[in-house]
Design a protein around this ligand. Structure first.
Ligand code: HAM
Length: 425
């Protein structure tokens, strides 16, 4: 026999015990997207490499060292999508999705992303995001609505106490001036600094502020903050976003150390962090990106959006015991003897036809005790029990799996009676 192959490092199989929980989280998120008027967009899993180099920025970690890039059979450079925003903007421009003069569109997506990162708890090479992008909206109200929707989405998925970290990274000019200020500060710094931050100083100094390395804690605390150097327009924009969030009662904190790892952000940036996630603490992140659309079509368009990391969200919900029950079977058909099993098969079909999740053992060989045990593990609330004696009387026994009581029911009406009881449950 050959050696058993394992899934590639950083990827995993989501098994039936988990996919039910994932599906419920996804359904809750879809419902929120619909409530806010977002339409689903499904973009390809791979795009021309150039899209990400131009969109995300050459100096970022993602483009610099985390992309799955390959040449196809004709030698074109393609890349597995490391995030969703660049693809959404490409599709928006390609299909002219913008409505009206401002080119407005509200789009959401849900699917796997790929980054060649060092795998650890909460960090995978294939991971899932649910994201939302509002294109064509410049007003701070759009930022506030987007953040409010993020909180609504996380709450709908089951995350209870959460707070959004909000900051502004200013416009392109502010950032260029600030970058120079930060570089000279870091160059003059004589305290501890990690090797990674030292290297970043030359390539993408803003990311130093985002360092989670304990060696950099002192440096990050002492470093100048871009929020303290915003131009008048950016300051007013941030103040207005915060005012709207206050009015909406959205829980947030201004975190001046927050800078995001992608180059396309302008003004507002935000993240939802959870200490429970350890080093990989961000459940979701996003912000405004007013210069990205103009890179892919003649008409520039302001935009704001975010993405939730589903692996982290589901992990957090499981960790906190916030996942509802298994969503498994609700009824069981348990039988003794081959005649009863044959009739039980039909009875199970009848129940399923009535929309009831039904467990039945088609091996026809298990003891009644073993069937009850399994039915209980499958989350069944009641069981219809069939033996040869019951069959001869044209009856089944309806057993309450929770309370343990049982009573005979006419076989002909047994499925309908079980369905009726479950509906009243
Ligand atoms: P991001 O912060 O790179 O932003 O990713 C968003 C979320 O995806 C993170 O907060 C995290 O939960 C999850 N995530 C990222 N990398 C991994 C990984 N290796 N393993 C597991 N989860 C991960 C973006 O991708 C932007 N496109 C968000 C956005 C949309 N900004 C504006 N619009």
């Amino acid at each position: 026999m050959g050696e058993t192959l394992q899934a590639p490092r950083g990827t995993r199989d989501l098994l039936p015990a988990e996919t039910g929980r994932w599906a419920r989280v996804e359904a809750a998120l879809r419902e929120v997207f619909a409530r806010y008027g977002y339409g689903e967009l499904r973009t390809p899993l791979f795009e021309h490499t150039e899209l990400y180099v131009r969109g995300i920025g050459e100096a970022t970690d993602i483009v610099g060292k985390e992309m799955y890039t390959f040449a196809d059979r004709k030698g074109r450079s393609l890349t597995l999508r490391p995030e969703g925003t660049a693809g959404v903007v490409r599709a928006y421009a390609q299909h002219g999705l913008g409505q009206g003069e401002a080119g407005e569109a509200k789009l959401f997506y849900l699917g796997p992303m790929f980054r060649y990162e060092r795998p650890q708890a909460g960090r995978f090479r294939q991971f899932w995001q649910a994201g939302a992008e509002a294109i064509g909206y410049a007003d701070p109200m759009a930022d506030a609505e987007s953040v409010a929707m993020l909180v609504a989405a996380l709450r709908a998925a089951g995350l209870k106490d959460l707070s959004v970290d909000v900051n502004s990274v200013g416009d392109a000019e502010t950032r260029a001036a600030f970058r120079a200020r930060l570089v000279s500060f870091v160059e003059g710094w004589s305290g501890p600094i990690s090797a990674e931050s030292r290297a970043r100083c030359a390539v993408n100094p803003l990311r130093i502020l985002d360092s989670k390395d304990p060696q950099d804690a002192e440096l990050v605390a002492a470093a100048p903050k871009v929020t303290n150097h915003l131009g008048t327009r950016s300051s007013a924009h941030l103040a207005s976003v915060l005012r709207h969030l206050d009015r909406l009662g959205v829980p947030y904190e201004v975190n001046k150390a927050l800078v995001r790892g992608l180059d396309y952000y302008t003004d507002t940036v935000f993240e939802v962090l959870s200490a429970d996630l350890g080093a990989q603490s961000a459940v979701a992140g996003g912000g405004r990106y007013d210069s990205l659309v103009g890179q892919f079509q003649a008409q520039p368009r302001p935009a704001v959006g975010w993405a939730i990391g589903l692996d982290r969200l589901v992990g957090l919900l499981e960790q906190r015991g916030l996942m509802e029950g298994s969503g498994g079977a609700r009824a069981a058909v348990c039988c003794v003897g081959s005649r009863a099993f044959a009739r039980g098969l039909a009875l199970a079909e009848e129940l399923r036809g009535l929309g009831v999740r039904t467990w039945f053992d088609p091996s026809g060989r298990r003891s009644l005790k073993s069937q009850f045990k399994q039915a209980d593990a499958e989350g069944c609330l009641l069981a219809l029990v069939l033996g040869d004696d019951e069959l001869d009387r044209g009856e089944a026994t309806l057993k309450d799996m929770r309370k343990g009581g049982q009573a005979p029911v006419a076989l002909a009406g047994a499925a309908a009676e079980a369905a009726r009881r479950l509906a009243g449950d």
